[in-house]
Design a protein around this ligand. Structure first.
Ligand SMILES: *Cc1c(COP(=O)(O)O)cnc(C)c1O
Length: 393
């Protein structure tokens, strides 16, 4: 019975042992301030240089285009607010299904007299290139579309969006926090000007991330302070975190083909097993253009929160909506964004597998989830009252 299955890798991942080992000396013997003019300072400065090169190589960038941040949210905030400051206002286009770090930044800008268009997406969560092109105006300065969605896992046509933005002379930012280390990224080939990443989504440590800024596009400072990160992101560097991020991303890219092959098979077994055994259940997000490890479902007539409680009792970690949303009872903006009515959006479950998961984990998920859903439905007045209506559509 007491098995433990962590199926919430889209929320965060465990630090890989190799990453932890690489970080350790930077808490102890290599503690020097990278700005220090002595050997222990040069050691940490060199470690940052090496990590920067690794992060850059992983996305086809140059090392001097990588700026370390305190995570994905900071990178998203910096990209949006920085472009507005640099261009002194203008029109921004983003989507309705972005992560809150991006959405809330956009909403804040909108309150501060910036025109922001929140582009709708289709039922699979995809942005339409035609709709995007129609939304572009004379004064559009930035398009920000996430590379892969954190709730429904849909991958956007980023290269096509990049090409369109380049043709129109508009900057293109992508929140690649779910994508980096999980699917191939080439910022040059994809015409990406700005890209956000976070180490803890690819087995690096929490609280460290990066913003890639294309050469020639140096945004204004977001954290004013010392001369760190070429003077635009002040504050003594999180040296162990940065070292960990470099090692983790290098490993993730190296292991990507093998990992993704395995993850895709496990994910598809999960999708098939759940949708075929649980009545009134279906997959959300794009059926094929999706992250290799993530499967998200709707179970009609029950609440995602109660599924999580029951799963926790049998040692399964999963999520409903996004982790940041789990304290509120509002249905997920992503699920509403793909056109689901609120009552259906409430019954969502996201299972996100990662490198640490095994086929036995999938067996356990498939063994535990269907009876839990059935038990919850038996307890639910919605199931008795609403089932007949649901059957017809
Ligand atoms: C996790 C996540 C973020 C936020 O990153 P933090 O490092 O937690 O601040 C932003 N965007 C997406 C798509 C994410 O999945």
């Amino acid at each position: 019975m007491s098995r433990f299955v962590y199926a919430d890798n889209a929320a965060t991942t465990s630090v890989a042992p190799e990453v932890f080992e690489a970080m350790k000396p930077y808490f102890t013997e290599h503690f020097g301030n990278p700005s220090g003019h002595y050997s222990i300072g040069y050691t940490t400065k060199d470690a940052i240089t090496e990590a920067r090169a690794k992060v850059a190589a992983a996305i086809g960038a140059n090392a001097d285009e990588i700026y370390f941040t305190g995570g994905g949210s900071e990178a998203d905030n910096w990209a949006l607010k920085g472009v507005v400051e640099r261009k002194k206002g203008g029109h921004i286009i983003t989507t309705t299904i972005e992560h809150h770090a991006l959405l809330r930044s956009g909403e804040w800008l909108a309150k501060n007299n910036v025109d922001v268009t929140f582009l709708p997406v289709d039922e699979y969560g995809k942005v339409s290139l035609e709709e995007l092109e129609k939304a572009i105006r004379e004064d559009t300065i930035l398009v920000s579309v996430m590379m892969a969605n954190n709730e429904i896992a849909t991958i956007q046509p980023v290269a096509e969006i990049g090409a369109l933005c380049k043709e129109k002379g508009i900057l293109f930012h992508t929140d690649a926090v779910q994508a980096a280390g999980h699917i191939p990224i080439d910022v040059k080939a994809m015409n990406i000007d700005l890209l956000s990443m976070a180490a803890h989504k690819f087995r690096g440590p929490k609280g460290v991330g990066a913003l890639y800024m294309r050469k020639g596009l140096k945004l204004p400072a977001f954290i004013h302070g010392g001369g760190q990160e070429k003077g635009i992101r002040g504050g003594t560097e999180n040296v162990p975190g940065i070292v960990g991020m470099g090692v983790a991303l290098e490993m993730a890219v190296k292991n990507m083909p093998e990992n993704n092959d395995r993850l895709t098979k496990m994910r598809d077994r999960l999708i098939k097993g759940i949708t075929e055994t649980v009545p009134y259940s279906y997959l959300t997000g794009h059926p094929t253009d999706r992250l290799p490890g993530t499967a998200s479902f709707i179970f009609e007539c029950i609440e995602g929160e109660s599924i999580l409680l029951w799963l926790d009792m049998v040692g399964i970690c999963a999520s409903t909506g996004s982790a940041c949303d789990s304290d509120s009872l509002d249905p997920s903006h992503v699920l509403l964004g793909i056109g689901l009515p609120a009552e259906r959006a409430h019954g969502s479950l996201r299972l996100s597998l990662g490198e640490i998961n095994t086929e036995e984990d999938v067996d356990y998920l498939l063994e535990q989830i269907p009876p839990i859903i059935q038990r919850l439905r038996n307890m639910s007045p919605l199931w008795e009252n609403d089932k007949p209506k649901e059957v017809n559509n």
